[in-house]
Design a protein around this ligand. Structure first.
Ligand code: PRP
Ligand code: URA
Length: 209
C-alpha cells in the first residue's frame, strides 16, 4: 500500500482556508494555489537522495551534499493541475513537465483522455502527478495508468484536497504510488464534488464560471 502524507504545516492550512472560501476571487485563488504548491513541493522532495561532493571554500576543502539520483518530472492533469506547476518549479526548476488532458464526464464521472504530451526521457524520471482535486480518483488513476503504460515506474501523486473515496481508489489501483495531500475532506456529494471542498478547481483557477 502506498503511503499517505497529509501536509499539515500551518502555512499550508492557513492558505487552504482562503482557497476554500467562495469569496476568494480568481487572482487570489490562483496565487494561493501557487503558494501552497511550493510549500507542498518542499514536503514531497524531502526524501530525494543526496550524494557527497568536495567543495573548496575560501577557508578549506570540505564534504558537502548535492542532489543525486533521478531527475524530476511534473505531470499536471489538465486543466486544474496547471495551477500547481509554477509553484513546484520554483523549488525544482530543472524538472521537466508533461501534460495529461482529462476531463470528467459530468454524467458518469468517468475520466475522458484528450491529450498526452510527455518528456522524451519520462521513464527515467521520478514523476509527480499533480491535480488540486482527488474526488472519485478516476482522473488520477487514469493519469497514473497512462504513465505506467508508457514504462514509467517512479510515480507520486500530489493533490490539495482529497476525498476518502479518491484516496481509497488510488491506493487500490496503484499501491506503489505515495499520495501527498493538504487535506482529507469528508465525502463526495451526488455530483461527485468534494464536501466541503473548494468547488470546481478548474473554473476557480481560470475564471470560467
Ligand atoms: C477535476 C479535477 C480533477 C478531477 C477530479 O477536473 O481537476 O482532474 O476533476 O475528479 P475525479 O477524482 O473524480 O476524477 P475536471 O474534470 O473538472 O476538469 P478541468 O480540470 O478541465 O476543469
Ligand atoms: N473536481 C473539482 O474541481 N472539484 C471537486 O470537488 C471534484 C472534482
Amino acid at each position: 500500500m502506498g503511503k499517505l502524507f497529509v501536509c499539515d504545516h500551518p502555512l499550508i492550512q492557513h492558505k487552504l482556508t482562503y482557497i476554500r472560501d467562495e469569496s476568494t476571487l480568481t487572482k487570489d485563488f490562483r496565487e494561493l494555489v501557487d503558494e501552497v504548491s511550493t510549500l507542498m513541493a518542499y514536503e514531497i522532495t524531502r526524501d530525494i537522495p543526496l550524494e557527497t561532493v568536495q567543495v573548496k571554500t575560501p577557508v578549506t576543502t570540505t564534504d558537502c551534499k548535492v542532489i543525486s539520483g533521478r531527475m524530476l518530472g511534473l505531470i499536471p492533469i489538465l486543466r486544474a493541475g496547471l495551477g500547481m506547476v509554477d509553484g513546484i518549479l520554483r523549488l525544482v526548476p530543472a524538472a521537466k513537465v508533461g501534460h495529461i488532458g482529462l476531463y470528467r464526464d459530468p454524467e458518469t464521472l468517468e475520466p475522458v483522455e484528450y491529450y498526452v504530451k510527455l518528456p522524451t526521457d519520462v521513464i527515467e524520471r521520478e514523476l509527480i502527478v499533480i491535480d488540486p482535486m482527488l474526488a472519485t480518483g478516476g482522473s488520477a488513476n487514469a493519469a497514473i495508468t497512462a504513465l505506467k503504460s508508457r514504462g514509467c515506474t517512479q510515480i507520486k501523486l500530489m493533490c490539495l484536497i482529497a476525498a476518502p473515496e479518491g484516496i481509497h481508489a488510488v491506493q487500490q489501483a496503484h499501491p506503489d504510488v505515495d499520495i501527498y495531500v493538504a487535506a482529507i475532506d469528508d465525502y463526495l456529494n451526488d455530483h461527485g464534488y468534494i464536501v466541503p471542498g473548494l468547488g470546481d478547481a478548474g473554473d476557480r483557477l481560470f475564471g470560467t464560471k
